[in-house]
Design a protein around this ligand. Sequence first.
Ligand code: HAM
Length: 421
Amino acid sequence: MSIAGIKGMNDILPEDVATWQFVETTARSVFGAFGFNEIRVPVVEKTELFCRSIGETTDIVEKEMYTFTDRSDNSLTLRPEGTAPVMRSLIQHKLINQNPVQKLYYSGPMFRYERPQKGRYRQFHQIGAEVVGIDSPLIDAQILVMLDHFFKQVGISDVALQINSLGCPQCRPGYRDALIAFLDQRLASLCSDCQRRFRQNPLRALDCKVPGCKEATEEAPIVLDHLCAGCDDHFSAVRTHLQNLEVSFSINPRMVRGLDYYTKTTFEMITNSLGSQNAVAAGGRYDGLIQKLGGPDLPGIGFAMGVERLVLLLSELKLTNAQIDLFIAALGTEAQQHGFKLLSFLQRSGVRAEMDYTDKSLKSQMRRADKLGARYSLIIGEDELTKRSAPLRNMSGGEQIDVDIDNFEGVLSTVAPAETL
Ligand code: HAM
């Protein structure tokens, strides 16, 4: 019996890779223009890193982490997100001493034991960006301008930016108390998780997907009514900068995010095209996180985009892998050997060339050339070997010229796409 992959962990097949690469290349180029450098961190971290950053009473930490004990009895976890590992690395390598402002991006697989459905997987991919060291609302705006620009560059228009502010350690306690008092009156309508954690982490009730909780918290107090003057000014400056830069947004006062580290500005890019998995990108400020993880007291802000969700939104694009430039059909051992030499020369010169490595009939070799969408084909048989000349055919136009089969440079200059030469 063959072995299947793991539920919720998907293969990304060659036919889809072009869209993935398009998303990745666009992110690299947009983030690069905004001054971000790439950082690569491991897929596995100490479990404690995520408990301390994401929060013990979040769904991610309580129910969704892939945690295991290694052979030395360490508790390790497959990263459910990228912010905490990037902050861990930044603290560990004292990057901030080298440069007090860090703008970093990362990409790769993340792991959460969620119920798989369209747009929600157990291994999924994020491309994220983080800025450390800047308090100014200008940087909140810059992150959002970059995100907005990225979506325009990939050609996704069916998204809307929602923003909110979650306050700071000065104003959050007042809001917490108001929310706890509100929830206390409606405990019977809340799910068992929200009942259990409402005193410790009341914000989670606003993020709960259970219909009863949604209904019961409809009239809940909103954090925006409780912001201190500093947070209020910050949020208002972010909105002004966005308006000045013509980035459209709406305020969603109920957005609390599923991770505990957020302060002040939070945001989500929402789409209507993916059912309930409607957030394509999300993030916010996390001003206390670096200190909480044992680093200096520095502010931070960032976001992560779900690549699978981006690819789903781009599925109409039907991007295809690059075409083969030349297919060499060779008949007989000697022709095959000569063809292989030419093939290797062309491949080393950067031309996408392919041939048949067995001894199939000409008809079957040409079928393969068609299937690969080759731009040109070259047929080498016994006759061609004797004449040292073979027909090179343009597969779309049908026109054919004879080429000198020993003049590799000549074949190269005819079949190479303009950008290769
Ligand atoms: P998050 O909201 O948990 O935030 O995830 C960010 C994005 O990852 C989501 O908006 C969604 O597109 C994608 N995503 C999350 N879970 C899944 C899943 N199970 N399947 C497919 N896609 C998924 C964070 O992870 C924060 N670290 C973002 C951040 C960076 N905040 C500040 N800096």
